[in-house]
Write a protein that binds this ligand. Structure first.
Ligand code: SAH
Length: 356
């Protein structure tokens, strides 16, 4: 079966013509999928019933099912748990900011990168998401909220550069001027640092933003937190970052999750400033969101502020991530894990507001 929502407009046109239909039908279908976020062929009312039936037989139409939604009492952030056609569950987050709505999408079911503080990776990777399955996280949220989305971050479960081709196709579909037409500058991909694919991305010369999960200021500490550091050294990683900036001109973001007593001392900040001094970048500080499977604790608010000041004194731009949805299992992979364990009969301890 053809995964119709993963096709480019050109591929869809060929597909429709092969079905013996006139080419302009492809434009209508593409509009329904990407401009109007239709939930299924039955909504495509300017197509004949016969054509809709034929499409239903020959194509798979990815339209994610909402399994559960939690809304934060603190900031209105909504965390969605979606069920895929094969029964797998994935998470996405909808955040409202002054400048517009933002969605954080997952790129894989689970993750195989093994970062020590992350809940998504505990059971490894189940499979890659297809372009349509990444796209429809955004479309399903727009259908549900009735609101437009102006920024997208690929920062949910999974490592986007470990699912390179599907993620790039997703980027091209979402930013296609004939489709939803999101500006590439409003899209950010976050990677734990798969160096060869960062180089490939630089060659693709897209205008998307790249965020790099750094989380440590030297190789020894990074290895303790992130197994990927065993494969690519911090020097190789920063070279790939320089290359990305040289080729695209896009400012880089380094994510740095502050773990109490592990990577949050003044000496860490000093070393980090030295490491990043010749890079056009901003450091995004995130107090680690403790997960029950691991012993890590977050840095105190004072430590986070002190760390930021240390970086700024050394002329490194730093921001502190506004924590959103902390009361709704906001960190990668937490809601999915909790939902699965509840289904197995374990208890839940969340005070969050369950919508569905
Ligand atoms: N695989 C990609 C994107 C997914 S994770 C990456 O590694 O960048 C998005 C960000 O959240 C990463 O910086 C990740 O390290 C961080 N993260 C994951 N779990 C976290 C937690 N419990 N607390 C704080 N940050 C976390």
């Amino acid at each position: 079966m053809t995964d119709i929502k993963s096709l480019t407009k050109e591929e869809l046109t060929d597909f429709i013509k092969d079905m013996g239909e006139p080419g302009f039908r492809a434009g209508q279908i593409y509009d329904w999928m990407h401009k109007k976020q239709a939930a299924g062929f039955e909504e495509m009312t300017n197509l004949s019933k016969g054509l809709r039936d034929k499409l239903s037989k020959e194509c798979e139409y990815v339209s994610l099912k909402i399994e559960r939604v939690q809304e934060s009492r603190i900031d209105g952030t909504r965390k969605y748990l979606f069920e895929l056609a094969d029964g797998n569950l994935i998470e996405s987050v909808f955040m409202k900011y002054r400048f517009g709505n933002s969605v954080c999408v997952s790129s894989q079911v689970g993750c195989r990168m093994g970062c020590r503080f992350c809940a998504s990776t505990i059971d490894g990777v189940e499979r890659n998401l297809r372009p349509s399955e990444i796209l429809d996280q955004i479309y399903a949220i727009m259908r549900d909220t009735g609101e437009k989305v102006s920024r997208v971050v690929v920062m949910g479960s999974g490592e986007p550069l470990d699912n390179y081709d599907n993620v790039i196709r997703f980027v091209k579909l979402l930013t296609d001027e004939n489709g939803y037409n999101l500006g590439q500058r409003n899209l950010t991909i976050s990677t734990c640092g798969i160096v060869p694919n960062m180089k490939r991305l630089a060659e693709d010369k897209l205008q998307i933003n790249l965020a790099i999960s750094l989380h440590a200021s030297n190789q020894t500490k990074r290895k303790e937190l992130m197994p990927i550091a065993n494969k690519y050294s911090i020097e190789e990683l920063l070279d790939a970052c320089r290359d990305y900036f040289d080729k695209t001109g896009r400012q880089l973001t380094f994510e740095y999750s502050l773990v109490g007593g592990v990577n949050d001392t003044d000496a860490d900040a000093d070393e980090l400033a030295g490491l990043l001094k010749d890079l056009n970048c901003v450091v995004n500080l995130i107090p680690v969101n403790p997960i029950k499977e691991r012993e890590y604790v977050e840095s105190t608010a004072e430590r986070v502020q002190a760390f930021k000041r240390m970086l700024e004194k050394r002329h490194i731009n730093a921001t502190i991530r506004r924590e959103m949805g902390r009361d709704i299992d906001g960190a990668c992979g937490q809601l999915r894990r909790r939902h699965i364990s509840e289904k197995k009969g374990y208890c839940s301890d969340s005070s969050a507001h369950l919508l569905r």
